[in-house]
Ligand binder design. Structure first.
Ligand code: VGL
Ligand code: ZN
Length: 221
């Protein structure tokens, strides 16, 4: 899939057919968390600021049961950041993170998007991971595309953690689902394991994902 991203008018003024998708801004992905994304806390004030320009905001949470298949601790002899082959393909193994109901799964305390109308949780099937907020690793839909279509949303604007996993997979799947897609690049941070960050940007570019910086988004006074 090679498509050219639409040229965006700057300043970018979010409208009623745009949604901001705030991806996995959770304690475990912040410095000090169990799967800390370097500089992950830096996205919080940027997301808070740009979110004020959006009437439609959806927040996502990585939401794993204890003993989830993506946890290295579930696989004897395996260490975090090793990979294994599962029925649905390659799986990176992670430290235990974002366990359902644990403090690490909570939103970052500074995240201020009270107008988020939907909190979408994913990764809750014990045997299936889900980086993408649209489709789990085995392809089954989360329901987000249907929700957005019913709300007459045409364009998905993403920010959050981590650039190379949940943001990138969500952005590419949003394109596949037929949405226009924009990533706010300075409002994301990556994990970057085994070249994942460069691969993610290449996949997003090939899928026709556009990029903006947070300063290019018109924010209300
Ligand atoms: C994520 C690795 C494992 C993410 C979630 O939110 O990007 N990355 N689970
Ligand atoms: Zn996860």
């Amino acid at each position: 899939m090679t498509e050219h991203a639409a040229t965006l008018a700057i300043p970018f003024v979010p409208g009623s057919s745009d949604v901001l998708l705030a991806v996995d801004v959770q304690n475990d992905f912040l410095p000090g968390g169990r799967l800390a994304v370097p500089d992950g806390h830096a996205v919080v004030p940027l997301i808070n600021r740009v979110a004020r320009a959006f009437t439609n905001v959806v927040a996502t949470q990585d939401w794993h049961p204890p003993g989830h298949i993506s946890f290295a601790s579930t696989h004897p002899g395996k260490a975090p950041f090793e990979t294994i082959e599962l029925a649905y393909g390659k799986q990176v193994l992670w430290p235990d993170h974002c366990v359902q109901g644990s403090p690490g799964a909570d939103f970052a305390p500074g995240l201020a998007i009270p107008h988020a109308a939907l909190v979408l949780r994913k990764g809750y099937h014990p045997q299936v991971d889900s980086y993408s907020t649209f489709n789990e690793a085995d392809g089954r839909p989360t329901g987000l595309a249907g929700y957005l279509r019913e709300r007459r949303i045409m364009r998905v604007v993403l920010a959050g953690l981590a650039t190379d996993f949940c943001v990138a997979y969500s952005a590419v799947d949003a394109r596949r689902a037929g949405f226009d897609v924009v990533v706010i690049e300075d409002a994301c941070r990556g994990i970057d394991t085994a070249g994942s960050l460069a691969a993610a940007w290449a996949a997003m570019t090939a899928a026709g994902v556009a990029r903006l910086t947070s300063a290019e988004i018109a924010t209300p006074r």
